[in-house]
Design a protein. Structure first.
Length: 169
């Protein structure tokens, strides 16, 4: 880890310290690192240097709106390769909140989010993204990892590949 020194004017430092207290950071360094990571991720996502990502799409919608729940379900099925899981919450008699966990090509994830958020009856849509390096691998984990079978055993159960999603920052 490197140590750096920066100079900031008093007003900016006062606002930064207020943010640190508000969010509960232990020190300025932790807050500064998070700000830098956030900015780097946004820059990557705005360019071609973040071809893959993981994300969370949240939105509120009126489940009583004609055909909207069906259209949302069809959109999720049409993009099953990037949709990992969805959590559904009933807010009241008419409104539902959904959170969809997504993983895949950044372009595809953004496209799916736009398709959902722009549906008539969907409100408060937000997509949160983290650039990642995605790799599909089949390998054995170290001792102590739980498996449904002994990965070293010749039991006819193949070691299935799984996805590693390593954050870029």
């Amino acid at each position: 880890m490197q140590r750096i020194t920066i100079s900031v004017d008093d007003d900016l430092l006062e606002q930064f310290d207020a943010l640190i207290r508000e969010r509960g950071y232990g020190n300025r360094s932790e807050a500064f690192r998070d700000l830098v990571r956030d900015r780097l991720e946004r820059e990557r996502l705005a360019s071609v240097s973040a071809p893959t990502c993981v994300g969370c799409l949240t939105y509120v919608y009126d489940h009583a709106m004609r055909e909207l729940p069906r259209r949302l379900t069809l959109a999720q099925h049409a993009h099953h390769e990037i949709s990992i899981a969805t959590v559904h919450l009933h807010l009241d008699h008419d409104n539902c909140l959904e959170a969809a966990i997504l993983r895949g090509r950044t372009e595809d994830v953004k496209g799916f989010a736009a398709e959902v958020i722009t549906q008539r009856g969907v409100r408060h849509g937000h997509l949160w993204l983290v650039p990642v390096d995605l790799r599909l691998e089949g390998h054995h984990h170290g001792a102590g990892e739980q498996h449904d079978h002994d990965p070293g055993a010749d039991d006819g159960v193949p070691e299935l590949p799984h996805v590693h999603s390593r954050p870029k920052t």
